[in-house]
Design a protein around this ligand. Structure first.
Ligand code: PAF
Length: 286
């Protein structure tokens, strides 16, 4: 069994389950943190929260082909398993599950998990099939590992809402925990895809968070929702972003358009900056 300070890597489901079963026999609480690797401080925050809330933390690294569209960056997605392993070991994670594609999707794999509604709006409308891929792989990882809790970043707010929904709908016995977005000092949300930004683009990137933050504050203070969204889009465009996929004020749980600041709200945005498609979100609250 892994001791508290030794990171072990496994690639197959049996080894994963054997280790977790041993912890379970010792009445240890197990946290799962699914990732696609290229780990940064945002992932470390997820691991640290797992370490606070559980006795053992299992990280997964799997670049999931099913959540990338045909014209998206699956082959270019950063892969750095050795550096990720070192970072996880330093953080105190106990087990790394890094399966091959064939372990997750063996020959003949024919099942998909689809969360209707929540998966069709915002990013789902711009990345058809993306959230079906996420829901399918997250369901598999939860069923393979069987953790007590699983942690996901609020940076991918829509993804988090979808995972909470599928956990409830499928009665998967796990607590899904959202962890606040980690940001650089200038407000830019940490993301593996920030690596695609040139130095010049990186200087423009803070405008996204600034614009949605200002709009969220305005709406919470009673400003008109539609004009606040237009102002945010103008700000993002003026900063030098390319295509703006959406800037929206949505209900924090159902993600339907927000009609009043009295409801729990979330401001969400996605826009292209050079090679990177950046997404971000903030709460709409006073
Ligand atoms: O957020 C991610 O890194 C991925 O979407 C996840 C949850 C690991 C599923 O592949």
């Amino acid at each position: 069994m892994a001791s508290a300070d030794t990171l072990i890597m496994v690639r197959d489901v049996d080894s994963l389950r054997r280790r977790i079963a041993a912890w379970r026999r010792d009445h240890l609480k197990v946290a799962l943190v699914p990732t696609m690797g290229a780990l940064h401080k945002g992932h470390v925050a997820l691991m640290q929260r797992g370490l606070q809330q559980a006795d053992r933390v299992v990280a997964t690294i799997f670049v999931n082909p099913k959540q990338f569209g045909p014209s998206e960056d699956f082959s270019a997605y950063p892969r750095q398993e050795n550096a990720d392993f070192d970072m996880l070991a330093k953080t105190g994670v106990h087990l790394l599950y890094a399966p091959e594609v064939g372990t997750i999707y063996p020959d003949g794999f024919a099942t998909a998990v689809r969360v209707a509604g929540l998966s069709d709006v915002l990013d789902g409308a711009h990345r058809p099939g993306h959230f079906d891929g996420v829901a399918t792989v997250v369901t598999k990882l939860l069923l393979q590992a069987g953790p007590d809790i699983a942690l996901f970043g609020e940076k991918d707010y829509q993804q988090l809402a979808i995972i909470k929904r599928l956990q409830t709908d499928l009665n998967i016995p796990v607590d899904i925990i959202g962890v606040a977005t980690q940001r650089d000092a200038d407000g830019v949300a940490l993301s593996s895809r920030n690596a695609y930004l040139t130095a010049e683009e990186r200087k423009k990137a803070p405008a996204l968070y600034a614009a949605i933050g200002a709009a969220a504050k305005a709406i919470a203070g009673g400003a008109d929702i539609a004009s606040s969204l237009t102002a945010a889009k103008d700000q993002i465009a003026a900063a030098g972003f390319g295509k703006i996929d959406y800037v929206e004020a949505r209900h924090a749980e159902t993600l339907v358009p927000l009609t009043s600041a009295a409801e729990p709200g979330r401001m969400l945005a996605a826009a292209q900056l050079g090679r990177a498609r950046l997404i971000d979100n903030v709460a709409i609250e006073k």
